[in-house]
Design a protein around this ligand. Structure first.
Ligand code: FAD
Length: 411
């Protein structure tokens, strides 16, 4: 067994950021990063891929170019844990022991929970921005659509970037409108939930886009099966009386957001909470039972919006508290639940939703965030990707929020 001061499980947005910051704060630490994938993706860019603004390639880099110098990369998945021995078991049976452990393997996309979906994706108008292999096909579907029905689905929460299922719907509608096809297409939003967005503050702004494009919203609709060649989608729908019935719909385009949950190896581990996520204190991000273990990112059992924006603010908290725990000091850094969802309501227009625990509005800029803006689009298209690659993943910290502003009275 190889022993390290810190073992990080997962080298996505959270894992690379934490590794880079730990190196900056304390160069003497021996750090292992466990990450099976050769490529690292800027997933927030995938909405733009589906909308024909970015290519998939533009959102991806080789993992080895991102791993901070001095960090030992294990190019394999973690499989299990033995916390009483401070050990991580890798997929090939090797064991790594740690003084501190950071858990950030993201969440699991459960494509298989929708019958026929896996086979249907990538043809017959069935696409998903949540799959690196199929996000570019979304744009082809939008370009080729000329009449009929376009369905956009959203599963039960929590999912990563809760706004993403409707972002692509608005961009598709805008693309159709600009080319004179929107009148011939029925655009429908089929969502499991009963509200457009979890933070009520932003709902009227989104409802305006729904009305403007003439989108029909079907609440309480959960996609259960897809037949690609027949172009049929099956939904389980909750009726007005609360009874469930099956609805079969024809479609010409179907954008699917898959059901999501904690990775199985976390769910089945001693680190899981009742729902299967990494059980951490929502503020310190320290594990609730194992003080030398921390969790962040999509895998964490916290109620913030699961976004890269949240990771940006969680990473410094984990790094500070992990080092404090190592030094025997008390944990003073606290995460306030910040997350951000730049809602693309049209090409060149973004509602920059930024909020913390309990839906507290936390805008970075002193302007009403409910107004769709071109400046926020530029942030999404140009600034945030550069910030991610050149700043966040390099271990720089950035927090420019105007916490005191609430905008309750404006607009
Ligand atoms: P990830 O970045 O997903 O990384 C997890 C890593 O763990 C992966 O590299 C994976 O290979 C690895 N891993 C998996 N299993 C194992 C294992 N067994 N052992 C070791 N490693 C493992 N966020 C925003 O901030 N703004 C947005 O506009 C936005 N839009 C989005 C749109 C889409 C379509 C999608 C899919 C996501 C979007 N997000 C957005 C969400 C954002 O990408 C995630 O919240 C963010 O990547 C979470 O970081 P993470 O490190 O927790 O997980």
């Amino acid at each position: 067994a190889a022993g390290f001061d810190v073992v990080i499980v997962g080298g996505g947005a959270a894992g690379i950021t934490v590794a880079a910051q730990l190196r900056r704060h304390r160069t003497t630490l021996s750090i292992a990063l466990v990450e099976p994938s050769e490529t690292h993706a800027y997933q927030p860019g995938w909405t733009m891929v589906g909308a024909g603004v970015f290519s998939m390639k533009q959102t991806q880099r080789r993992q080895e170019t991102l791993i901070p110098p001095g960090v030992t990369w294990f190019r394999i998945g973690a499989d299990a844990f033995e916390p009483e021995r401070n050990a991580v078991i890798l997929a090939d049976g090797r064991r790594l022991t740690y003084a501190s452990l950071v858990l950030c393997p993201g969440l699991q996309l459960d494509w298989n929970r929708i019958e026929g979906l896996q086979d249907a994706l990538g043809a017959n108008g069935v696409c998903s921005n949540y799959a690196s292999a199929h996000a570019e096909y979304t744009w082809r579907c939008i370009q080729e659509l000329d009449g009929g029905t376009a369905l956009f689905t959203q599963p039960a929460m929590p999912i990563k970037c809760a706004g993403a299922p409707q972002k692509i719907m608005y961009l598709a509608s805008d693309a159709l409108r600009r080319t004179g096809r929107l009148d011939r297409v029925d655009v429908e939003f089929c969502l499991s939930g009963s509200v457009l967005f979890g933070v009520p503050f932003f709902v009227p702004a989104l409802q305006r886009s729904i009305d403007e494009y003439g989108i029909r919203v079907n609440y309480g609709h959960t996609l259960t099966a897809v037949d690609g060649p027949a172009r049929k989608a099956v939904f389980s729908a909750i009726g007005p009386g609360g009874q469930t019935r099956e609805i079969v719909r024809d479609f010409d385009m179907l954008h699917v957001t898959p059901p999501q949950g904690p990775p199985d190896f976390i769910r089945n581990s001693p680190f899981a909470d009742a729902a299967g996520w990494v059980s951490v204190d929502p503020e310190t991000l320290q594990h609730t039972r194992f003080p030398n273990v921390f969790g962040l990112g999509d895998a964490a059992g916290t109620t913030n919006a699961k976004t890269a924006a949240a990771v940006r603010l969680q990473a410094p908290v984990v790094v500070r508290n992990l080092l404090a725990a190592v030094d025997g000091r008390s944990l003073t850094a606290a995460y306030d639940g910040y997350g951000s969802c730049p809602l693309t309501t049209a090409y060149g227009r973004v509602v920059l939703a930024e909020f913390g625990y309990g839906g507290r509005i936390m805008p970075s800029f002193p302007i009403d965030p409910r107004v769709p803006r071109f400046s926020a689009w530029l942030l999404k298209q140009n600034i945030l990707p550069a910030l991610y690659w050149n700043w966040m993943l390099k271990g720089s910290e950035l927090d420019i929020r105007h916490r005191e502003r609430t905008f309750e009275k404006a607009a």
